[in-house]
Design a protein around this ligand. Structure first.
Ligand code: FAD
Length: 591
C-alpha cells in the first residue's frame, strides 16, 4: 500500500475523473469509477472521512419515517442497500436492535407502529437483519432495565444496522486504491481551471501538510464536498469577463448541525438503540450502545458558519441531557459524565433553483441531487451514508455519459460490481458472520502478546485485515504495547495506520483509525506522545513536526470540549416535568 506521500507523488498525471472530497460519497465514487477502469484521483483536504462521514449517527438503516409519508420506494432503496452493505462489509455493518417504547398519551399507537414494522420488513423482502417482535412492558423492563416504565404500554423491537462510518469510508477508499485509484488525503483543491470555452479541464491542488502545489488535468471533475458543496460550486463558476458582473447562483445546500454526546455505559446502560422523542419539540433521537460506552444523538439546528469549525455547544448538550432525563430518570447524565462530543453537518439539499441559469439538474430525488453545472462540474449533494453506493453509481454513470458525449471516452468500461465485491476487511470473512471465530484466528497469529480483548477489537475494526496487525506484533513484540494502559488498542495499530491506511497525522490515528478520541475517557490524550514518537520514526518527522502534530491533536480534543466553557442555558431545567409522549417532530436521521 503506498503511503500518503507516495499518493501525493502520483498525483499530477492526467485523469479521466478527479473527485474533490474524501467522505463516503467521494470514496464510493472513486471505488466505482476505478473499478470501471476510469483513471481516477481523489483529493481530500483533511483525513479521509474527517467531514460529516465520521460524525453521523453511525446507522445503516431504511428510514422508517418515510413509511408515514408513503415513500415506499425510498424505504425499499435504503433497506436494499442495507442488505448489500451487510454482504460487502459484514465486519463493519452489524445488526442492531431498536427498541421503540410507546407510552400512554403518545401520538403514535402501538398497533400503528407494529403495522408499520410489518410493512418495513416486507419492503426488505423479509431479509431484515432479524425479525421484528412486539414486547410487553414486562419484557421491555427485562430488555432495558434503565428505561422508565411509568405509563409504558409496550415496545416494538426491530432491527436495522450500526456501522463505523469512518472505517466504512476508509475501507471504501482503500478498495479504490486496489484497482488503481490515487487517493490523496490532506490535499486541498484550491483552484479549478477552465479552457477558453469555460469548460473545466483540471484543478490546482495543495498539499496541506507541506504547502506544495501542483496541477492535475482532468476530463471530469466531481464535487463530493458534503457541507462544503457551495464553496466548490463557486470555485467552478467561470470568472466574469472584464467589466462583467460575477453571477451568483442559489445555494445548493441548507446544512443543519447534528450533535452527539458519548458517556460510559455504566452511566447510561442501554442494550439496544432506544428510540426517544424529545420532550420539548417531539424530535426523534436515539440512545445507542457502543461497546463500553453509550452515545446519544442527535440535535438538528440551522448552521451557516464555516463547516470546519462546527462543534457542540452547551445548548446542544443540554438538549440531549433533557431527553435522557425523561427516558432514564434514574441515570442522570451530568456534564462530568460526558467523555466527548461530536458535531456534524447534514448536507441537506435546498429546494431546486427556479431561475435555472447556472444549474441544470440531471437527477432529482428527495434525498439527493446530482447537478451538472455549465462548466461541467458534477455535484453530488445530500443523501445518506446508507445509500452512498447507489448514489456513487449514479454519479459515475453521469460522468461516463459526459465523457462519451465529449468524445473523451471511446473504450468499453468494465462493470463495477460494487454490490458484490467485498471491502478489503471482508475478504474471506466467515459466511456465518461469526466475529469470535475471526478474533480467535487473530489471537493465534499474534500469540501470547495479543490478548483476546485486543484480538476482538482487531476483528471488529479491521475484519480479516486484523490478522495483518497481529502479524506486526509477531515480528516485533514491542508493538503489543497498549496505547492507553488497561485498554485493548495497541502500538501496532499506529504502524498499520501509517503504512496500510494512509494516516499521516496524530489526529488521523487517534480519531478515525483507533477511535480513542471517542472511546477513551481521556480521549487518548495520554497516548498522543507515544503515537507522535512512533509516527516520527515511521515518517521521519523532525522535532518541530512531532510537537506540532501532538499539539494539533490537543486542539482537536479542546474543540470537542469547548461547550463546557459556554454559559448554561437552562434548557435542561425548563424541560424537567414535561410528559413523555409529545412526539410528532421531524426525524432527519430517518428513524
Ligand atoms: P463529507 O463526509 O462531509 O465529505 C466531504 C469532504 O470534502 C470532507 O471530508 C471535506 O474535508 C472535503 N473537502 C471539502 N472541500 C474540499 C476541497 N476544496 N478540497 C479537498 N477536499 C475538500 N446517514 C445515514 O445513513 N445514517 C445515519 O445514521 C446518519 N446520521 C447522521 C447524523 C448526523 C448528525 C449527520 C450530520 C448526518 C447523518 N447522516 C446519516 C448522513 C451522512 O452522514 C451524510 O450524508 C454523509 O456522511 C455525507 O457524506 P459526504 O461524502 O457527502 O460528505
Amino acid at each position: 500500500m503506498p503511503t500518503r506521500q507516495e499518493m501525493w507523488d502520483r498525483l499530477g498525471s492526467d485523469v479521466d475523473v478527479l473527485i474533490i472530497g474524501g467522505g463516503i460519497n467521494g470514496a464510493g465514487i472513486a471505488r466505482d469509477a476505478a473499478k470501471r477502469g476510469l483513471r481516477t484521483a481523489l483529493v481530500e483536504m483533511g483525513d479521509l472521512a474527517s467531514g460529516t462521514s465520521s460524525r453521523s449517527s453511525k446507522l445503516v438503516h431504511g428510514g422508517l419515517r418515510y413509511l408515514e409519508q408513503f415513500e415506499f420506494s425510498l424505504v425499499f432503496e435504503a433497506v436494499s442497500e442495507r442488505r448489500i452493505l451487510m454482504d460487502i462489509a459484514p465486519h463493519l455493518v452489524n445488526p442492531l436492535g431498536f427498541l421503540f417504547p410507546v407510552y400512554k398519551g403518545d401520538r403514535r399507537l402501538l398497533s400503528t407502529i407494529s403495522a408499520g414494522m410489518v410493512v418495513y420488513e416486507g419492503l426488505s423482502l423479509f431479509r431484515s437483519p432479524k425479525r421484528y417482535r412486539r414486547l410487553k412492558p414486562k419484557h421491555v423492563a427485562e430488555e432495558e432495565p434503565a428505561l422508565t416504565r411509568e405509563g409504558l404500554k409496550g415496545a416494538p423491537l426491530y432491527y436495522d444496522c450500526s456501522t463505523d462510518d469512518a472505517r466504512l469510508t476508509l475501507e471504501t477508499a482503500l478498495s479504490a486504491t486496489e484497482v488503481g485509484a490515487v487517493i490523496a488525503p490532506w490535499v486541498k483543491a484550491i483552484r479549478l481551471r477552465h479552457d477558453e470555452h469555460g469548460t473545466l479541464v483540471g484543478a490546482t491542488v495543495e498539499d496541506v501538510l507541506t504547502g506544495a502545489t501542483k496541477d492535475i488535468a482532468a476530463s471530469v471533475i466531481i464535487n463530493a464536498t458534503g457541507p462544503w458543496t457551495d464553496s466548490t460550486v463557486a470555485m467552478a463558476s467561470v470568472p466574469p469577463a472584464d467589466g462583467e458582473e460575477a453571477k451568483t447562483s442559489a445555494p445548493v445546500l441548507r446544512p443543519t448541525k447534528g450533535v452527539h454526546i458519548v458517556v460510559p455505559k455504566d452511566v447510561l446502560p442501554v442494550n439496544h438503540a432506544v428510540v426517544c422523542f424529545h420532550p420539548d419539540d417531539g424530535r426523534v433521537l436515539f440512545a445507542l450502545p457502543w461497546s463500553d460506552a453509550t452515545y446519544v444523538g442527535t440535535t438538528d439546528t440551522d448552521f451557516d458558519g464555516d463547516p470546519s469549525e462546527v462543534r457542540a455547544d452547551r445548548a446542544d448538550v443540554e438538549y440531549l441531557q433533557a431527553a435522557m432525563a425523561k427516558y432514564f430518570p434514574e441515570h442522570p447524565v451530568t456534564d462530568d459524565d460526558i467523555i466527548c462530543t461530536w458535531a456534524g453537518l447534514r448536507p441537506l439539499v435546498s429546494p431546486p433553483s427556479k431561475d435555472g441559469e447556472e444549474m441544470d439538474e440531471s437527477s432529482v430525488s428527495r434525498e439527493h441531487r446530482i447537478i451538472v453545472s455549465k462548466s461541467g462540474l458534477i455535484t453530488i449533494a445530500g443523501g445518506k451514508l446508507t445509500t452512498y453506493r447507489l448514489m456513487s453509481k449514479e454519479v459515475v454513470d453521469t460522468a461516463s455519459k459526459m465523457l462519451r458525449l465529449r468524445g473523451q471516452l471511446r473504450r468499453r468500461l468494465n462493470p463495477a460490481r460494487t454490490e458484490e465485491d467485498p471491502l478489503p476487511g471482508a475478504v474471506s470473512w466467515p459466511e456465518d458472520d461469526d466475529h469470535e471465530v475471526v478474533a480467535r484466528q487473530i489471537k493465534d497469529i499474534g500469540g501470547d502478546q495479543v490478548s483476546l480483548a485486543t484480538a476482538r477489537l482487531l476483528a471488529d475494526t479491521y475484519g480479516m485485515k486484523g490478522a495483518d496487525v497481529a502479524r506486526r506484533v509477531r515480528q516485533d513484540k514491542r508493538l503489543a504495547d497498549p496505547l492507553v494502559p488497561g485498554r485493548p488498542e495497541i502500538l501496532a495499530q499506529v504502524d498499520h495506520a501509517v503504512q496500510d491506511e494512509l494516516a499521516s497525522t496524530v489526529t488521523d490515528v487517534l480519531k478515525n483509525r483507533t477511535a480513542l478520541f471517542y472511546r477513551d475517557p481521556h480521549q487518548g490524550l495520554a497516548a498522543a506522545p507515544a503515537v507522535a514518537d512512533r509516527m516520527a520514526d515511521l515518517l521521519r518527522w523532525d522535532e518541530a513536526t512531532r510537537i506540532r502534530m501532538e499539539q494539533d491533536y490537543r486542539a482537536e480534543v479542546d474543540l470537542s470540549r469547548r461547550w463546557r466553557l459556554d454559559p448554561p442555558t437552562g434548557v435542561a431545567d425548563d424541560a424537567a416535568g414535561e410528559e413523555i409522549g409529545s412526539d410528532g417532530g421531524e426525524d432527519p436521521e430517518g428513524a
